[in-house]
Design a protein around this ligand. Structure first.
Ligand code: ADP
Length: 374
C-alpha cells in the first residue's frame, strides 16, 4: 500500500519534498496556510494549522504527519497521537524546537555544550545577567521566532521592555551570553523511529541580518577537532531528544575553539538545501524516508564542494522566472530553485546551488548567479 505523507505547512520546505516523493512513489499531501503557497502542487487542503479540527480533518486523510515548520500547537499533536496517528517528529521531541527555553534546559541535561543562559521574567534578572556577562546579552523570545525575529542583542533591560511587559503568566524570555564566534556551523542528521541515523558533513552557514544567506559545504575548516566535535554533538542531540526525520543542529565555533549549540530545527533546513545536488540522498528525500520509516539513503557527497546562496528579496519586478533568459544563459552550472513567492525585501524567494572541484570557483559562481536575480 502506498504511504501518504501529510505535511503541515505549505512553504518551500514542503515544496522541495514533492520531487523525491514523486520519485519514490510516495504520496504527499500538504495542509497549506493560504491559496497560492509554495507547495501548492501538493496542497490538498488549505486551512489554519492552529485550529484543532482543521488539523484532525487533514490527518484523517494521511498515514503519517510531518511538518514544514515547527509552529503547530503541541496539544493538537498530542491529541493526534492519542488517536493513533503517527506524528514525526513526535511532540515529545518537537517541543525542544518549539520552545527555546525547553531546548536550553534539555541540552543542559544532556550535557552538551551551550552558551551561558538563564530564563527571566523581570528586568532586574536581565540586568544582573548583563552585569556578570561582559555588559551585554542576547535576549530571545521562547516561542515563535524565526530568521532573527525574536532575537535582540542588548546592553540594558530597557531595550526589551516591550517583551518583558508583554509576558503572560509563567512565560519567560531566554537570555544568553553573547558568544564571540568565528563562524556558524550546522550539522544535519536524519533519524528513523528505530534510532538508525545518517548525517551529512558539517557545513558553515553565513547569515545576513539574522537570515541564512550562504552555506558552504563541507565547512572550510582545517581544525578537524572542531568538525569532529560538531558532528559528535549533532548525533548526541539527535539521539538525546529522540528526533524522527531531519534535525539541524546550529552551532557556533567560538574564537577560543569551542563548539556551542545555538538552536535546533526539526525538519529539513536551509543549511541542507545543498544536498539536493551535493549528496546522493537529499535532506528532503531523507526526511520522507525517515518519517515513513523506510531505510535511509547514502549521504556521500557527489562533488568535493557545494555552495548554496539564497535569493533574498528580488527580483523587484516579479518572480525569478522573469530573469531566466539572462541568468540561466550566464550560469549554466548553477542549479536554480524558485519557491514561486512574491518578492519583498529580505524574503527568501529561492536559492542557487553550485557543486564542483574548486571551492573558490564554486562559491563565486553561486554568489554571482544568486546576485543576478536581485
Ligand atoms: P532564529 O530562531 O530567529 O533563527 P537564532 O537563535 O538562530 O534565531 O539567532 C539568529 C542569529 O543571531 C544567529 O544565527 C546568530 O547569528 C545570532 N545569535 C543568536 N544567539 C546568539 C548568541 N548567544 N551570541 C551571539 N550571536 C547570537
Amino acid at each position: 500500500m502506498t504511504v501518504t505523507i501529510g505535511v503541515i505547512g505549505g512553504g518551500q520546505l514542503a515544496r522541495m519534498m514533492i520531487p523525491p516523493a514523486i520519485n519514490l512513489g510516495l504520496k504527499i499531501s500538504v495542509l497549506a496556510e493560504t491559496e497560492g503557497s509554495s507547495a501548492e502542487r501538493a496542497a490538498d487542503m488549505v486551512g489554519d494549522y492552529r485550529d484543532p479540527e482543521t488539523v484532525y480533518a487533514f490527518a484523517e486523510t494521511v498515514d503519517v504527519v510531518t511538518f514544514d515548520h515547527e509552529h503547530v500547537p503541541e496539544q493538537i499533536l498530542r491529541e493526534l497521537e492519542r488517536r493513533g496517528k503517527p506524528v514525526h517528529p513526535r511532540p515529545d521531541a518537537l517541543q525542544y524546537a518549539q520552545d527555546k527555553i525547553l531546548m536550553r534546559e534539555k541540552l543542559t541535561r544532556l550535557g552538551v555544550p551551550v552558551p551561558a543562559w538563564v530564563a527571566i521574567s523581570k528586568s532586574s534578572e536581565l540586568d544582573e545577567f548583563i552585569a556578570s556577562h561582559g555588559g551585554q546579552a542576547v535576549v530571545k523570545t521562547a516561542r515563535g521566532g524565526y530568521d532573527g525575529k525574536g532575537v535582540r542583542v542588548v546592553r540594558d533591560s530597557s531595550e526589551v521592555n516591550d517583551w518583558i511587559s508583554g509576558l503572560k503568566d509563567n512565560e519567560k524570555l531566554l537570555v544568553e551570553e553573547r558568544v564571540e564566534f568565528v563562524r556558524e556551523l550546522s550539522q544535519l542528521v536524519a533519524r528513523r523511529p528505530n534510532g538508525e541515523m545518517k548525517s551529512w558533513p558539517v557545513v558553515e552557514t553565513i547569515q545576513l541580518n539574522g537570515v541564512c544567506a550562504t552555506v558552504l559545504a563541507p565547512a572550510p575548516i582545517k581544525n578537524t577537532a572542531v568538525l569532529e566535535e560538531a558532528a559528535r554533538i549533532g548525533h548526541e542531540v539527535a539521539d538525546g531528544v529522540g528526533v524522527t526525520g531531519v534535525l539541524a543542529v546550529e552551532m557556533f565555533e567560538t574564537v577560543d575553539g569551542r563548539v556551542l549549540i545555538n538552536e535546533l530545527a526539526m525538519r529539513p533546513h536551509n543549511s541542507g538545501h545543498f544536498t539536493i545536488e551535493g549528496s546522493v540522498t537529499s535532506q528532503f528525500e531523507q526526511h520522507l524516508r525517515a518519517v515513513a520509516d523506510l531505510p535511509l539513503g547514502a549521504t556521500a557527497l557527489t562533488a568535493p564542494y557545494s555552495v548554496m546562496v539564497n535569493v533574498l528579496g528580488g527580483p523587484p519586478e516579479g518572480t525569478m522566472a522573469l530573469r531566466y533568459q539572462d541568468v540561466l544563459a550566464k550560469h549554466p552550472r548553477a542549479k536554480v530553485h524558485s519557491y514561486d513567492k512574491t518578492p519583498r525585501p529580505g524574503r527568501k524567494v529561492g536559492h542557487v546551488t553550485v557543486t564542483g572541484e574548486v571551492f573558490e570557483e564554486v562559491r563565486a559562481e553561486a554568489e554571482a548567479c544568486a546576485a543576478a536575480f536581485l
